[in-house]
Design a protein around this ligand. Structure first.
Ligand code: B16
Ligand code: MG
Length: 218
């Protein structure tokens, strides 16, 4: 394994629990379209772009809509999502994340973001973590959503590093797949039952420091 020189963080579900807000916003839209939408359905949307998420929901309801209607539905979902996240604050950074980032930086590790979300810069601002990131790659900069590795490859490129030198942290099946496809080592944040394809899985960052990483990847 190459020496690790950077961490590339996913945002939603890794740094902050916006996944629950995406769920609520998609569920309301699905209900309006009379399409049943469960937490299990939501699991499959994690890491997918807004448009890909909508397509999955419409396919579940066997609903075929024109492009204009789809745009309106995505705008509606995003407006609801933005309303839900508008009150987020630094208190909502998930436990251990800020300490882990500070410890990694103290060890000379570069910090980048690889998120499918077009709202990522805004969310980072709200939770006060934007200054910690040297590279921020988000949904407006990519043409292919996870599980394509583009978002992480752009992150590595922005940091001037090889994928093998950048450790990805991901909570989504599609995100773990994206990291692996790009040749990145990846630690899953969540359950091994869901993220078994990752090199290692931890429940979260609480109690985790940079020194513990080689042991996890061994
Ligand atoms: P937006 P991540 C992803 O962010 C979310 O996991 C996914 O649920 C969402 O649909 C996607 O961003 C697009 O988000 O509608 O805000 O552009 O997990 O890659 O940080
Ligand atoms: Mg995520």
């Amino acid at each position: 394994m190459s020496t690790l020189r950077a961490c590339l963080f996913d945002l939603d579900g890794v740094i902050v629990d916006t996944a629950k807000h995406h769920f609520v916003a998609w569920r309301r839209l699905a209900e309006e379209l009379s399409i049943p939408f469960t937490e299990e359905d939501n699991e499959g949307l994690k890491g997918l772009s807004r448009v890909d998420s909508l397509e999955v929901i419409l396919a579940k309801g066997n609903l075929v809509l024109d492009a204009q209607t789809k745009l309106q539905l995505m705008d509606k979902k995003n407006a609801h999502y933005l309303e839900l996240v508008s009150t987020m604050s630094p208190d909502e950074v998930l436990p251990g994340v800020s300490a882990f980032i500070a410890d990694a930086q103290a060890n000379g590790v570069h910090i980048g973001l690889g998120s499918s979300s077009k709202n990522a810069p805004q969310i980072l601002e709200l939770i006060g973590l934007k200054p910690a990131f040297e590279a921020i790659i988000h949904g407006n900069q990519i043409t292919l959503s996870k599980p394509d590795p583009e978002v992480f490859l752009l992150g590595a490129q922005a940091l001037g590093l090889d994928p093998s030198e950048c450790l990805v942290f991901e909570d989504a099946v599609a995100g773990v797949e994206a990291a692996r496809a790009g040749g990145f080592p990846v630690i899953g944040i969540g359950s091994p039952d869901v993220l078994g394809a990752a090199d290692a899985v931890v429940p979260g960052f609480e109690g985790l420091d940079w020194q513990a990483i080689p042991g996890l990847l061994a």
